[in-house]
Ligand binder design. Structure first.
Ligand code: BES
Ligand code: ZN
Ligand code: ZN
Length: 506
């Protein structure tokens, strides 16, 4: 898709399709007690208003949220008037959703569209409005269709934002648009990884494709550790998850160093669970719960997308990104329940349930990340079904050891209109993760508070003095169709924007 910004616009940049907004106003009808609705289109040109009013049925269009009215100018231009509801109830998230709905309604019908952007500017904030609108459009412009013989690509190829604002503001607004598109492109790259089938995207192909995707990005260094290297690193927990697999484990280690490092430049480590498929291992998942476990790598895709965006934006923050990739499968070498395994940091773990594998991979990856001496570590994982029970399937759980770090993430989630809620790690949960025969066990004595207990387990692998936060995206990672800019089924790409905002402000 080509996106263009056209400031100082006197005319529409398309004579094919023009998108204009309309707001709704509730007015008291004369002589009656009942309220009626009226359209607010004071920002329309005289030509537009006349053409609109000349059509009798236009009187029924009130500009209510997501309603539309299409009419034509004399020169043949189609005008799509899009209702944004009452101006005071419209916020950036609503704009993001409306932009996604607009995309869906025109993508298969029109080649180009000129957006009359000033009518979509909320609260006089052009940058935020452009950001939200471009996010909604470009995140809706995503389809995982690579396996269809017959594809039906979108007709829409060009979106132009026309604004009467002075040309002097172009540089700033252009940067907003460009930066937004870097983030959404990175989100869509991550979505593709998650959506790819597990018989096609093995751990080894995943690692290769990540390296191919990031290749050539300024300031980025890459390294991949395979089975032999993980053995050398004594990553016993990670290896125990991989032991039932026909494919090598892969630890992808990426570093982005900004061009101008100073003493003030922060170093953040991102760690992601990259289970390309989770069968549960010997503690096999029932077949109904196993379907869709290709999505168990969404944590790694989330941190990779954020890393990619930050590196491509050239932000002034150093980022280490550690992706722990394997499948959790069963063969004669697979780890059995009751196994006792040694972690990289020396702690022994009794494995009572091989389906609680994500925490084992993450534990060794977290310890490895500590070696890089970051100022903070954030991990992201589809770690527990319990997070869906506690927070619902539309909220990301955050847990951690440092309230300041957790608060910063919660703030970034708010800034980007993503849902995140904190869960506690109390000392009783730590107690519950102790084993009678080893330092730790990989599941709690009861399944209550499962997300927090998993976090309590993970905290044992983060060295003292390094602030750490854990994001459980098992609920929010896929099937977020309640947001118009997310696919109904498949990877959502949510939480990437939160992480990018956090890293921007680090
Ligand atoms: N990958 C799953 C978590 C999951 C469940 C993600 C449902 C998305 C939807 C994880 O590896 C797992 O199986 N966790 C177990 C932990 C339990 C055995 C303590 C779970 O949540 O049931
Ligand atoms: Zn599992
Ligand atoms: Zn899993």
């Amino acid at each position: 898709m080509k996106y263009t910004l056209n400031l100082g616009a006197k005319d529409f940049s398309s004579d094919s399709l023009v998108l204009v907004s309309a707001f709704e106003k509730t007015v008291e009808a004369k002589g009656k007690t009942k309220e009626s609705k009226a359209i607010v289109n004071t920002h329309w040109s005289k030509e537009l208003k006349t053409a609109f009013e000349n059509i009798k049925t236009s009187a029924d269009f009130t500009g209510s949220l997501d309603s539309t009215f299409t009419f034509h100018l004399e020169n043949g231009t189609t005008i799509l008037a899009y209702g944004l509801g009452e101006k005071k109830s419209m916020d950036f998230e609503a704009l993001r959703n409306s932009a996604a709905k607009i995309y869906k309604s025109i993508a298969s019908k029109h080649k180009e569209v000129a957006v009359q952007f000033d009518g979509f500017t909320l609260k006089n904030k052009a940058e935020e409005s452009l950001n939200a609108m471009a996010e909604g459009l470009s995140l809706a412009d995503y389809k995982f269709d690579r396996h269809f013989v017959k594809k039906s690509p979108a007709k829409l190829k060009e979106i132009t934002f026309d604004s009467a604002a002075k040309k002097t503001g172009l540089k700033k607004l252009q940067k907003t648009l460009d930066d937004t598109l870097v983030v959404t492109e990175s989100i869509n790259v991550g979505r593709n990884f998650v959506n790819e089938a597990p018989n096609i995207l093995r751990s080894t192909t995943y690692a290769k494709e990540v390296l191919a995707d990031i290749k050539g990005t300024k300031g980025v260094k890459t390294k991949v550790l395979g089975k032999a290297e993980l053995k050398k690193e004594k990553m016993g927990l990670f290896l125990s998850v991989n032991s039932g697999s026909g494919y090598e484990p892969q630890l992808v280690h990426l570093t982005y160093t900004p061009a101008k490092m100073t003493k003030k430049t922060k170093h953040i480590a991102l760690v992601g669970k990259g289970l390309v498929f989770d069968t549960g291992g010997y503690s096999l998942k029932p077949s109904g719960s196993m379907v869709n476990m290709k999505f168990d790598m969404a944590g790694s895709a989330t941190v990779y997308s954020a890393f990619r965006a930050v590196a491509k934006l050239g932000l002034n923050v150093k980022v280490t990104c550690i992706l722990g990739m394997t499948d959790n499968a069963v063969n004669e070498f697979a780890t059995m329940p009751d196994a006792i395994v040694k972690a990289r940091n020396g702690l022994s773990v009794e494995i009572l349930n091989t389906d609680a594998e994500g925490r084992l991979v993450l534990a060794d990856c977290l310890d490895y990340a500590c070696d890089q001496k970051p100022d903070a570590i954030i991990d992201s994982a589809t770690l527990t079904g319990a997070v869906l029970v506690s927070l619902g399937n539309q909220v990301c759980g955050v847990m951690g050891t440092d309230q300041k770090l957790t608060d910063s993430l919660l703030k970034s989630a708010k800034n980007t209109d993503e849902y995140m809620w904190q869960l506690p790690i109390i000392k009783e949960f730590h107690e519950d993760m102790k084993s009678p025969v080893a330092d730790l066990k990989n599941i709690g004595g009861s399944s209550f508070g499962g997300s927090s207990k998993a976090a309590a387990f993970l905290s044992n692998f983060v060295r003292d003095g390094i602030p750490w936060a854990h994001l459980d995206i098992a609920g929010i990672g896929d099937s977020q169709g309640h947001k118009a800019y997310c696919p109904t089924k498949g990877a959502s790409g949510l939480i990437v924007r939160t992480l990018v905002d956090f890293l921007k402000n680090s």
